[in-house]
Design a protein around this ligand. Structure first.
Ligand code: JFZ
Length: 421
């Protein structure tokens, strides 16, 4: 049994123990947009004349940039091309149902107007506006759930924050002073000033005790009872399970969970990373994650200017175009009743089995083994024909005759209506 399998089993038991009402919007949503955006986007992987590939949001740490110097450089961040309505329009067109934005990453910089610290976009940059306010308004208007990532332990700007050992001696740190004076008060600001939130996405807890993690969770539940908390809050707490970055569990996981991926090889914007996942890769990954019962939250690193990278926008929109025609096979479904097959994966809702065909069999005869219900009709989801597709059931084996050419070589969905179980 692998670690991920074990975690998966444990989580399933907890999630089944009565959290489903609150998480229903989340488990139905299936596709979310993660956004890593901060001064590191303006650096784009290049600071003090040095280049770093990947995790550009960690650039200060990798470069050991002194906190004061980083703050001075961050003063050049001025995303004048940011347009919240445009971001949300792209999100809508991409078919995501929720957005999670980094409100404060490990660099300690708040992307919102904070009264708790002056190290925020309003006080420390020429931009002077609150992009989070604008995004919250645009999301509300468009009916997209908004969540905030918040780094509750690591804060490289603060002498008492976790993670920075090049300016500040870890042995002299008073972490609980940090929680009391910065992270808990900023969480309160986020939960008070931006309307109803879908998620507070905490990151890993570092040195936090179980009691301290519980305090963060309670703060969220007290201020916004409907708001979900990610499992990275730590110490076994949280409303839904997150796997490791770029990790998909090996099999079905019950309950609410999310796989998180980034579009290229960095969470924050990188000026020299063009390794973007293609629409084909995104569409198949989304189907694979859904076939195991989870959500895919895919990240974009917006640029320092405030725009999305062109390739991210283009590939997300293409994924959304597929979802427009095939979304019925993703949204509101649960894990596939039939395990993965050589041709692809399945998702399910009562009375319907969706066959996500990645590689069509050469003879066009699609075998669905272990099918014990009674099939009523089979059809292409995006291009149904009047008579549907021919199928035969022999015992527990179902064979569907596919058309000679499938309309979508990335993922053609066949929907099978059935009776019984
Ligand atoms: C964290 C951050 O450090 C990183 O910059 C990014 O924001 C990412 C989404 O989250 O990194 C982690 C945290 C936890 C795991 C992996 C990367 N994990 O549990 O596998």
């Amino acid at each position: 049994v692998t670690r991920a399998q074990e975690a998966a089993t444990l989580w399933g038991k907890e999630a089944e123990a009565g959290k489903s009402e609150k998480t229903k919007w989340f488990t139905d949503a299936k596709f979310g947009l993660f956004l890593h955006w901060g001064p590191y986007a303006y650096f784009g992987g290049d600071i003090r004349g040095k280049r770093y590939y990947g995790i550009t949001e960690w650039i200060q740490h990798r470069d050991k940039t002194p906190a004061a110097e980083y703050a001075r450089l961050a003063g050049g961040f001025n995303p004048v091309e940011f347009n919240a309505e445009e971001w949300v329009e792209i999100a809508k067109a991409s078919g995501v149902k929720y957005i999670v934005l980094t409100s404060k990453h490990h660099d300690g910089f708040a992307m919102f107007d904070s009264k708790v610290s002056d190290f925020d976009i309003v006080d420390a940059t020429p931009y002077k506006k609150d992009p989070v306010k604008a995004l919250a308004a645009a999301c509300k208007k468009a009916g997209i759930k908004l969540g905030f990532y918040y780094s509750q332990f690591q804060d490289w700007h603060e002498p008492n924050g976790g993670g920075n050992s090049w300016d500040f001696d870890p042995k002299k740190k008073d972490y609980s002073a940090y929680y009391r004076t910065k992270s808990l008060p900023q969480i309160t600001e986020l939960l008070t000033n931006y309307g109803d939130l879908g998620i507070i996405w905490f990151d890993t807890p570092g040195n936090m005790s179980k009691e301290e993690s519980a305090e963060f969770l309670q703060k969220v539940h007290q201020l916004q009872p409907g708001c979900l908390v990610s499992s990275r809050v730590g110490n076994g707490l949280g409303d839904f399970k997150d796997f490791g970055d770029g990790e998909v569990p090996p099999g079905v996981v019950k309950g609410a969970w999310e796989a998180i991926f980034t579009h290229n090889d960095s969470w924050g914007y990188s000026a020299f990373d063009q390794n973007f996942k293609t629409p084909k890769e995104m569409i198949r990954l989304l189907a694979e994650v859904a076939s195991k019962g989870g959500n895919l939250m895919m990240n974009i690193g917006p640029m320092g200017s405030g725009k999305f990278p062109d390739m991210s926008e283009k590939y997300f929109r293409a994924t959304g175009a597929w979802l427009k025609r095939n979304g019925e096979a993703i949204y509101g479904t649960t894990y596939g009743a039939i395990p993965p097959q050589p041709w692809g994966v399945t998702t399910t809702r009562p009375g319907k089995l969706y066959l996500h065909i990645f590689e069509a069999p050469k003879n066009g005869r699609l075998l669905v083994p272990g099918f014990t219900a009674t099939a009523v009709k089979a059809n292409l989801l995006a291009l149904p024909s009047a008579n549907g597709l021919r199928f035969e059931q022999r015992g527990n084996d179902m064979v569907i005759q596919l058309p000679a050419h499938l309309p979508d070589d990335r993922n053609t969905v066949v929907v099978l209506d059935y009776k019984g179980t």
